[in-house]
Design a protein around this ligand. Structure first.
Ligand code: MSP
Length: 660
């Protein structure tokens, strides 16, 4: 049966700041959005899935300066380079239809038109901005919004800011926004509604500063040079410019926004404020329809705190995907953390989830079933069979699971939907123990019963694989391939439980789907990788600048450089700097040299070494001792600190040898 389109469905991730490499928290949000997009496609919706990068703003400008490159080069590097943003989404099997970068020309010119439209309408006006600004969050705050004088989002210091600026009449839309939040299910989970209304709307929604003059890396206000558009106005608009709003690059705005009742934004909880207050107000001002839903998901926490690029405590999704497999990582993210709440990430939880659910439950069910099919029926399950009441119970559970799964997925409860699928998988494993196919296989008259048992198992696996496919697309395909299920049997409409009607099962064993992981070994390996990643960066080395001043050859030749051997070496009393050397210079008479290198060497480590000295310098008195010459050393600067190495030459070179 072919899926008839159920209509259009538009889903988006936030657009990520390319200020640093993305981490597992960003991956979580993108995988959730991808799961939803795949689920809706499976159901027969015509899906448009957008993600991208939010590339303007002072933070990026500052970071680029620090790195000594232009802001465009900086963001290009994070987005396009190997293991950058695009590569990460490819690795994670993200099925986005479009990728927007806010530096794309079509977006920039659309932002200028959007800004002008709101200005012409009188919703944007010029005034003076006085207040507090949090640079890392790119957020303006009023004094009353600060928490203990710090940014209420990230807790960092804010700066005083005062300048001529444009303002958006957010206050004008306060009533409509409050109504939208309180009286519709526009924002979910519901707990976030109270937070928005109590913290932001009830205290009085102030007009929003929407332009800056203190930096240039942004979309210029075309009718007032010197001003750039506030990065959140620029960023939020991506959801419609990427469909062709106010530009000719795309033309799906009518189809996927204007006349589409299914528009869903997935966003992290700290940016719900922008999506549920500022964004609808902008759309009201532009007289455009509002999205259907903003869902504010929780954070993945590490050691109880938020992972953050600026704190440095991030987990690299590349390493995890490469070690455990992309589908296993996707599954872990969707299975382990209730979508609306925060959750604690740990390597232990990741490994135990893979072992328990994927290796033991699912992997075992598939491999046992397929192996028994091969053994008892050479992989071919034909017509016929014999049912028992137990089969009805299994079927009823499968049907209940399918209904619950759909309900939970439609409510964005991925972890609960997956728990349902694993209820079916566990039940099927138990069904094997109850029916004992290996006993049935012993007697010819039990063969019809054995056939039905195997068909029921195949059917449960087929249904589980369909339901798991939005989360684990590759593993689900591999499972359905092992069962020999045709295209039609993989579709959403083939969700009916029909073990007998499923034409003929032809199964083929495949590679193990999810090998068990040795927890201790793997934890140790991950520990090592993270220690190596935290190892100090390569030192910054500096050498003395070269001089243009030349020395003529004859002058150079006058320097008498000789190999000398250290006979004695000791610290000079009352001096932190000086070492006193007694050297064999091959002349038969000991030579004394004083050298200011005590902070670099312990005297005893130098005894017996062959060094280089210039021996025809005029003698000098140091701490009332005579020094006859100078030992040569190499100096450089490492991370700003001066380093010194005495020149040591082969001990085979006799004392007194002349160096030319
Ligand atoms: N650029 C803005 C979004 C503009 S959307 C018009 C932004 N970027 S961000 O890179 O800082 O964050 C993007 C998303 O990643 C946010 O939704 C944020 O919540 C999410 N996450 C960042 N760290 C996270 C976790 N540790 N856990 C879960 N999600 C996290 O904000």
């Amino acid at each position: 049966m072919c899926n008839q389109s159920k209509g259009n469905y538009y889903i988006t991730t936030p657009i990520y700041y390319p200020s640093d490499k993305l981490h597992i928290g960003h991956t979580y949000c993108t995988v959730a959005t991808d799961t939803m997009a795949r689920y809706k496609r499976l159901q027969g919706y015509n899906v448009k899935f957008l993600t991208g990068t939010d590339e303007h703003g002072q933070k990026i400008e500052d970071k680029a300066k620090e790195a000594g490159v232009t802001p465009q080069q900086f963001v290009d590097n994070i987005v396009l380079s190997p293991r950058g943003v695009l590569d990460l989404w490819k690795l994670m099997n993200i099925s986005n239809d479009r990728f927007i970068r806010t530096t794309d020309d079509y977006h920039v010119s659309a932002i200028q038109k959007i800004f002008k439209k709101m200005y012409d309408k009188g919703d944007i006006y010029k005034g003076t901005y006085k207040g507090k600004y949090c640079k890392p969050c790119e957020s303006f705050w009023t004094e009353s919004q600060l928490v203990e004088g710090k940014c209420p989002d990230c807790g960092r210091e804010v700066q005083d800011a005062e300048e001529e600026a444009y303002f958006f009449r957010l206050s004008k839309y306060a009533g409509r926004i409050q109504d939208l939040l309180e009286n519709t299910d526009f924002l979910e989970p519901r707990s976030r509604v109270n937070e928005m209304v109590n913290n932001f709307i009830k205290p009085g929604l102030e007009d929003l500063c929407v332009s800056r003059t203190s930096f240039t890396w942004g979309v210029p206000v075309d009718f007032d040079p010197g001003h750039v558009v506030y990065v959140w106005i620029d960023a939020l608009s991506n959801y419609i410019t990427a469909l062709g709003y106010e530009n000719d690059k795309y033309d799906d705005y009518d189809q996927f926004w204007k006349s589409n009742p299914n528009v869903v934004h997935f966003v992290g909880k700290e940016i719900v404020r922008f999506h549920s207050i500022i964004w609808p107000a902008m759309l009201m001002s532009l007289e455009e329809p509002l999205p259907r839903k903003v869902y504010g998901h929780g954070w993945l926490l590490l050691d109880g705190g938020k992972m953050s690029k600026s704190k440095g405590n991030v987990v690299d999704p590349y390493i995890l995907a490469e070690r455990f497999g992309v589908d296993a990582l996707r599954f872990f993210l969707m299975r382990s953390f209730p979508f609306g709440s925060d959750g604690n990430f740990s390597n232990e939880l990741l490994i135990s989830t893979i072992n328990t659910d994927l290796a033991n439950s699912l992997g075992n069910l598939v491999s046992r079933t397929v192996a028994m099919n091969q053994k008892y029926f050479a992989g071919q399950l034909g017509q016929g069979g014999q049912s028992a009441p137990l089969d009805e119970e299994l079927k009823a559970l499968a049907q209940e699971v399918m209904a619950n799964y759909e309900k939970q997925m439609d409510n964005y409860q991925f972890s609960v939907a997956l728990a349902e699928v694993f209820r079916l998988i566990s039940r099927a494993n138990k069904y094997i123990d109850e029916t004992t196919p290996w006993v049935l296989a012993k007697r010819e008259e039990d063969k019809p019963r054995l056939l039905t048992v195997m068909k029921n198992l195949c059917e449960c696996i087929r249904l589980a694989a369909i339901l798991l496919s939005p989360v684990m697309p590759q593993a689900s395909t591999a499972i359905l391939d092992q069962l020999g299920v045709n295209e039609q049997g993989r579709s959403w409409n083939a969700r009916c439980y029909c073990a007998d009607e499923q034409a003929l099962w032809t199964t083929t064993p495949g590679a193990p789907l999810f090998p068990r992981i040795d927890m201790d070994k793997e934890l140790a390996a991950l520990e090592e990788i993270s220690a190596a990643a935290q190892a100090p960066a390569k030192p910054v080395l500096e050498i003395e600048p070269y001089t243009d001043e030349q020395v003529d050859f004859d002058t150079f030749c006058k320097s008498d450089l000789r190999a000398v051997k250290v006979k004695e070496c000791k610290k000079v009393k009352k001096s932190d700097k000086l070492l006193q050397f007694i050297l064999d210079d091959g002349s038969g008479t000991d030579r004394q040299i004083l050298s200011g290198i005590a902070k670099y060497y312990q005297p005893e480590e130098l005894i017996g070494k062959t060094l280089v000295a210039i021996v025809n310098l005029p003698p000098r008195k140091m701490m009332s001792r005579e020094s006859r010459g100078m030992l040569l050393s190499a100096i450089h600067t490492e991370n700003g600190e001066e380093k010194l190495n005495l020149i040591m030459i082969s001990d085979e070179i006799p004392a007194g040898s002349k160096l030319m």
